[in-house]
Design a binder for this molecule. Structure first.
Ligand SMILES: *Cc1c(COP(=O)(O)O)cnc(C)c1O
Length: 422
């Protein structure tokens, strides 16, 4: 459920008509609903009720400062994957004790920064990283709390670009070698072993891969405890999928995911962390664009929008589906026609949908891309020198621009001409 509904024939974000935002901000833009973001966070809280747990929002899904502040105020932890994300989390008011640092390529500088802020935990992904982290910790007079990310070699049955839990993926340490690597970690002076981490991929639409992975983590917990390690925290990653195609998809609900967590690892007495990103932010956001032209091609028509692949890359990058709806509600019974929905960027890949059934749309009409709150604005670029798409946050009947569209001057002046050209 989200808070984007038609009211009086106009699609609203909570109590704000999208036409009003478009008139003030211009198109394209992203818009997020505070109520939906909050609700999704609470749904996970309820799903893990009864377990000692922390929800570490995977902020790479949507790292706008206003969104982070909202979650910081709700008491959320954060899962960060870069020094930039770490700085954003701190700036949003999340204390170091609630920040988990993931990723295969943490640099010594990033490690130092995190240690200075009293980070909750590093999720370590390789032996060289373990050694580097120990050295940085010793040099700064601290010890680094760690979990090792294990790769359970389970098939997440998702798009290849977002599967992370198979042995051919770059992530984690093969679970079969985990005991050996934990022994090495325990012997390092700057390392404090506290837990196990696993994250098998994103946009999972079944629970079984989770069940398989979490069972393996439970077995490993017992084995490592028998080896003398004090395993007291399990980070189970994120990845729960969302229904991008409302008409015919129904991925598992957080409640059922929570049941799997309880059934597989609940008996171990560990503190549980999860790192949801997409499920929290995805359906809490839309991208709104205007129609520039409707072009009649050879045997097919094209709806040409002012939003493009640089603003929302998921269809080009992951063959992703987004439901696309007119902002002005079509009258019931309006006939739909197949049309290709494209942006103005000079690439055939700048196609959002092919032969999509749409009611008649004319130049100037607004359309909204649903499920665009995660991996949308964060992946936007200025390709084709299109200024970075702005973001808006709605709260009840209020809205605020939470990232302004840069002016053309700002965009151009970011570059500089070397002195020898003057
Ligand atoms: C991307 C990522 C997540 C979040 O995945 P979602 O599919 O957005 O829930 C969580 N943990 C790690 C380590 C990630 O890389």
């Amino acid at each position: 459920m989200d808070h984007f509904l038609y009211r009086d024939g106009i699609l609203h974000a909570e109590d704000v008509p999208l036409t009003e935002i478009a008139a003030q901000v211009g198109t394209p833009f992203y818009v997020y609903s505070t109520a939906t973001l909050t609700r999704h966070y609470r749904v996970f809280q309820e799903a893990l009720d009864g377990l000692d747990h922390l929800i570490c929002y995977a902020m790479k899904a949507n790292s706008n400062m206003a969104v982070l502040r909202l979650f910081a105020d709700l008491g959320a932890g954060m899962d960060v994957v870069s020094g930039g994300e770490f700085r954003r989390a701190i700036a949003a008011g999340v204390p170091g004790e609630r920040i988990v640092f993931s990723g295969v390529g943490k640099t010594p500088g990033e490690m130092r920064l995190a240690l200075e802020h009293g980070i909750r935990q590093f999720n370590v992904e390789s032996e060289p990283e373990l050694q580097a982290l120990s050295q940085v910790a010793v040099a700064t007079g601290t010890t680094a709390p760690i979990a090792i990310r294990v790769n359970p070699d389970v098939d997440a049955r998702t798009h290849a670009k977002i599967a992370t839990g198979k042995s051919e993926n770059k992530f984690g340490i093969p679970i079969a070698r985990a005991r050996e690597v934990y022994a090495m970690a325990a012997a390092l002076p700057g390392i404090d072993v506290i837990g196990i981490d696993v994250h098998i991929g994103s946009q999972l639409t079944e629970l079984e891969p989770y069940q398989n992975a979490f069972r393996l983590v439970a077995e490993l917990t017992e084995a490592l405890r028998a080896d003398g390690h004090d395993i007291r925290r399990l980070d189970l990653g994120g990845g729960l999928g969302i229904p991008y195609e409302r008409a015919n998809s129904a991925p598992p609900l957080p409640f059922d995911y929570g049941r799997v967590v309880k059934e597989t690892v609940g008996h171990l007495g560990c503190e549980i962390e999860i790192e949801p990103g997409r499920l929290i932010a995805g359906n809490a956001g839309l991208m709104v664009a205007s129609t520039i032209y409707v072009k009649e091609g050879e045997g097919r028509s094209f709806l040409i929008l002012d939003g493009a692949m640089n603003d929302l890359i998921r269809p080009a990058m992951y063959e992703a589906h987004h439901d696309i709806v007119p902002v002005v509600e079509p009258v019931p019974g309006t006939e739909q026609q197949p049309i290709d929905i494209v942006g103005p960027v000079c690439e055939s890949g700048d196609t959002f949908a092919k032969q999509r059934l749409m009611p008649p749309v004319a130049a100037g009409d607004l359309v909204a891309f649903r499920s665009a709150g995660a991996y949308g604005a964060v992946m936007a670029s200025e390709y084709n020198s299109r200024p970075l798409v702005p973001e808006v946050l709605v709260h009840g009947d209020q809205f605020a621009v939470v990232r302004a569209r840069p002016t053309y001057e700002e965009m151009i002046e970011r570059d500089s001409i070397p002195a020898w050209m003057d």
